[in-house]
Design a protein around this ligand. Structure first.
Ligand SMILES: Nc1ncnc2c1ncn2[C@@H]1O[C@H](COP(=O)(O)OP(=O)(O)OP(=O)(O)O)[C@@H](O)[C@H]1O
Ligand SMILES: [Mg+2]
Length: 531
């Protein structure tokens, strides 16, 4: 690096001069030589108008972990300045989708910020350690050094370095491989370094383009998500934690899970799939929430099957004989009491609210259910679940999206479309079932498309017939039930009448027997009234 070389060259020239001079003047005492060297250093520093800041790879609070600042500087320089460097190195990052090209050691790159030029320099120093390392290069500590004019000190410290940090972080997020997390049974408790979540790469292909739903509703969801993403300042201004809750409800196979994947792909967020039945208690739940990171979607699927509305967890384990319906039952728990062994509804509510208040960074939480009506209103009230989205049976609009995805049909004038529209209006079929019928079985697309649509028409007709037959059977069953109920009511009424008659007869008999008293001499005396 030109500047550093220039000043360090000058310093070493002065130092060499003093050294030579002291060698020549052997009688000069060492203390004086040391003092002269210090002075010369001070003189050089005084006249040197440049300052430098070093960012070490290891150090700071966590000595055995690579510094986040170092990683962000590295990423920033790779992205912003590497093109100007002549010596580069390429490596495949651990969680990265693409090759990372970084500035090589001992290479200088320049950067400009607010019209000011800065020089970056990458290098490494070797640790002097008595411990023999097992890993090659482990005793080498790399660092980045930025050199700038001292008049720009405040600009660099207060604005430039925070900017580098932010940019580096943003680039890392853009380049990272997104992940799908699932909670480990037992909260990963136990061994040291055990994690509450384990993860795999998130590679679901669903997008809003491929999601079949009402186009207006879809647009509303996309707008809502975009507004949320850009609303950092707004949330801060109104004093609300930067979070949003969605409730997705509808019958099985209508695309709730697909919608979550589309949302994650749209937002570029990680997904935390929380299996509530594997969580032991409220404390473990809190730990799980705290270990989630920003820019993430936390999903609890089938929320109605996970938490009882009384606040009690549904038992997953098999009931024993004694616990069966006819057998003795365990004493009832007070609904909202946290006895430390269960996740309760109030625990869930508290930790959701607590999480939002405590953790920074945007987060989305999504509940899915097949039965919205079964959920406690407290769980889905606005503020917790801000937006309720119904995923419905396949409409003609949704079908067109599926036809485009599966069969590459982009126009609406296929001769089977009117019939399909009519049938979809008359019968309920989930997008999952429609999609199943649209899977082409060969590569001859055109011919297959016709065959698939014809198969769909048949399936819809069958579904319609089945539904009609079911409705008929239901109606018949209802009629029979009503007739039975009527019969039962009539029989009960008859029974009651007979009982009434019997009672009257008995009363009559009693009256007659009361009015006849046998006298002491054997005569029967008839008594009228009380007298
Ligand atoms: N709206 C949709 N758009 C596109 N594909 C869909 C849609 N709904 C369902 N599918 C297809 O059907 C499959 C099952 O759908 P998905 O798992 O999203 O349903 P779900 O509503 O989550 O069901 P469940 O309530 O049983 O969890 C998906 O893999 C997808 O291929
Ligand atoms: Mg699902």
């Amino acid at each position: 690096m030109a500047l550093v070389d220039k000043w360090s060259g000058l310093w070493s020239a002065v130092a060499s001069f003093i050294f030579l001079w002291s060698m020549l003047q052997k009688h000069v005492p060492p203390s004086l030589i040391l003092r002269l060297a210090t002075w010369s250093n001070k003189v050089v520093t005084y006249f040197n108008p440049y300052l430098q800041i070093t960012i070490n790879e290891y150090g700071g609070a966590e000595r055995f972990r690579r510094s986040d600042f170092f990683k962000n500087v590295e990423t920033y320089l790779s992205d912003a300045c590497a093109r100007r460097a002549r010596k580069l190195k390429a490596e495949l990052g651990k969680d990265s989708k693409k090759l990372q090209v970084a500035v090589d050691d001992h290479e200088e790159v320049t950067d400009t910020f607010a019209g000011v030029t800065l020089w970056w320099y990458a290098s490494k120093k070797t640790q002097k350690s008595n411990v023999v390392s097992w890993y090659p290069g482990e005793d080498e500590r790399r660092y980045y050094r930025v050199v700038f004019h001292r008049s720009h000190r405040d600009l660099v410290v207060d604005s430039y370095l925070p900017y580098v940090q932010e940019e580096g972080r943003a680039i890392t997020v853009r380049n990272r491989q997104r992940r799908l997390f699932t909670n480990n049974a037992g909260g990963g408790g136990g061994g040291y370094r055990s994690r509450a979540w384990s993860h795999v790469p998130f590679e679901h292909p669903a997008t809003f383009d491929t999601l079949a739903m009402d186009p207006v509703e879809k647009e509303t969801v996309i707008d809502d998500l975009s507004a949320f993403m850009e609303a950092k300042e707004y949330y801060a201004k109104v004093g609300k934690p930067w979070k949003r809750g969605y409730l997705l409800y509808g019958p099985p196979g209508t695309g709730k899970s697909t919608m979550i994947a589309a949302m994650a792909n749209f937002l570029d967020y990680d997904v935390y799939d929380l299996e509530l039945t594997a969580v032991k208690n409220n404390t473990e739940l809190r730990k799980l929430f705290i270990e989630t990171t920003g820019k993430s979607i936390i999903v609890i699927e089938d929320i109605d099957c996970s938490v009882d509305l009384t606040g009690k967890r549904k038992e997953k384990k098999k009931k024993t004989e004694e616990e069966d319906d006819d057998g003795p039952k365990p004493p009832m728990q007070p609904p909202e009491k946290d006895d430390g062994t269960k996740v309760t509804l109030s625990g869930l509510l508290n930790f959701i609210d607590g999480l939002w208040s405590a953790c920074g960074g945007e987060r989305i939480i999504i509940f899915t259910t097949n039965h919205k009506e079964k959920l406690d209103p407290a769980l889905i009230r606005r503020g917790r679940m801000d937006k309720h989205i119904e995923m419905s049976y396949c409409t003609f609009q949704s079908f067109k999206v599926l036809a485009r995805n599966y069969l590459d049909i982009h126009d609406d004038d296929h001769h089977l479309f009117p019939e399909i529209r009519q049938l979809l209006e008359e019968t309920d079929m989930t997008p999952a079932d429609v999609a199943e019928n649209l899977m082409p079985m060969s590569k001859k697309k055109k011919k297959d498309a016709d065959a698939c649509l014809a198969a769909l028409v048949e399936a819809l007709k069958k579904a319609k017939e089945d539904a009609a037959a079911k409705a008929l059977a239901d109606a018949k069953a209802k009629e029979e039930e009503e007739a039975k109920a009527k019969e039962k009511a009539a029989a009960e009424a008859k029974k009651a009448e007979e009982a009434e008659d019997k009672k009257d007869d008995q009363e009559e008999k009693d009256k007659t027997s009361d009015s006849k008293k046998v006298t002491s001499n054997g005569d029967i005396k008839v008594l009228v009234g009380d007298k």
